[in-house]
Design a protein around this ligand. Structure first.
Ligand code: KG4
Length: 366
């Protein structure tokens, strides 16, 4: 496993990322090129613009990842790429790049997946649970089965992970994901979106009174593990309108009274958004323990997992149930190449890869 070297490529949304990982878990390099300026300009991810930005960045990002690892393409055992879910225009850029790397490596060891004629496929859920698994292999002694919560811009998922690639979904979002609710709240509050909305709301919430705006907790009448954030988003928008908060005036240019009003909305939103997570996780733990009584961990990943308030609150939920909370370091919570490369390593080790393309006949290989 130590000899295995995998390049991971990730372009599913707004970050162009690549990383090189060794089979023993060592991260040899990690490079991310973010589209922060575009996020500010368009107030969110604009797929066509994101695709162009990926196309401009991808060669350099991959080259830098190889340079930082002191490797050339010839040293790679395999290339792994995210094939979905994600924005299809953006995914295509990564898939094309990985195919190119595969072709240049024909005589070396690069494998293609059935998905889009590219390399290893790496599904979002798989990647995010894998990165947790990877960290735990290295840092602690995590074993399957475990309960996994994915909280990102596009997903809210509660999954019982029985084994590699064998998951039971316990809950999903029926409309918007929590990260989307953070992003819209940030936009409507006129916050600086350069690092995406979530961190900006988290920071402002520290100044506010979380009990001051009365938002109702979603899905109280649904005794399941699904999530819904569309209604909370609407509640936030109405609260912002009723306070005459003008998103066009950046928070940095407001009076201290106005700033305080915005901070109260941010803190109250965050409290209820996270309370919804807590309630669903509590129920999911009960369900999961009935199916797999040996689970010991709730593994939380996705961009929102880097939120400190989320971690503190979920810590309390797992403690009550005698489980442990496991979160990857914040830099691995958002989209990155490491989790893709590591998924590649895992798949490689259990033989889930396609054979190398036939030499000198690239046009015949689909
Ligand atoms: O997993 P991710 O990087 O990308 C995908 O959605 O696939 O997650 C991005 C989401 C964004 O909605 C962002 O606002 C949110 O994660 N996020 C946060 C924080 N950091 C990132 N939300 C709340 N608090 C944070 N500190």
């Amino acid at each position: 496993k130590e000899d295995l070297i995998v390049l991971g490529i990730e372009t599913s949304c707004d970050d162009t990322a690549a990383a090189v990982v060794r089979g023993n878990g060592e991260i040899l390099s990690q490079v991310v090129s973010s589209q922060a300026d575009l996020l500010v300009k368009y107030g969110g991810v604009a797929p066509k613009m994101a695709e162009e930005a990926h196309s401009q960045a991808i060669d350099l990002v991959v080259k830098e990842a190889l340079n930082k690892a002191n490797l050339t393409e010839r040293d790679l055992s395999a290339v792994a790429v995210t094939v979905g879910p994600g924005l299809s225009l953006c995914l295509r850029v990564g898939v094309a790049e990985s195919s190119e790397n595969c072709w240049s490596l024909q005589s070396a060891h690069c494998w293609c997946s059935p998905h889009g004629g590219s390399c290893f496929s790496s599904q979002h859920l798989d990647r995010k649970t894998q990165v947790n698994y990877y960290i735990l292999l290295i840092e602690r002694d995590l074993q399957f089965p475990f309960l996994a919560l994915l909280i990102s811009g596009g997903h809210n998922l509660l999954v019982l992970a029985h084994n590699l690639g064998h998951y039971t979904q316990l809950g999903t979002t029926i409309d918007d994901a929590i990260g989307e609710a953070f992003d819209k709240t940030a936009k409507w509050l006129g916050l600086d979106m350069r690092r995406s909305g979530g961190p900006a709301v988290e920071e402002l919430a520290l100044e506010g009174d979380a009990e001051s705006v009365k938002f109702s907790t979603p899905m109280q009448q649904h005794k399941d593990c699904n999530f819904s954030y569309a209604g909370l988003k609407t509640q936030v928008r109405l609260a912002i309108e009723s306070r005459n908060i003008d998103a066009k005036i950046p928070i940095s240019s407001t009076s201290s009274q106005e700033r305080n009003s915005r901070a109260n909305v941010a803190a109250s939103f965050q409290r209820v958004a996270v309370l919804h997570l807590e309630e669903r996780c509590e129920r999911a733990i009960g369900w999961a323990l009935k199916i797999e009584p040996s689970i010991k961990h709730l593994v939380v990943s996705g961009g929102v997992a880097s939120n400190k308030y989320v971690r503190t609150q979920l810590e309390q939920v797992v403690k009550k149930n005698s489980l442990q909370l496991v979160c990857p370091p914040p830099c691995l919570c958002t989209d990155n190449g490491v989790m893709v490369a590591w998924t590649g390593v895992e798949h490689f080790c259990v033989g889930r890869f396609d054979p190398p393309p036939p030499a000198n006949e690239p046009e015949d290989f689909v």
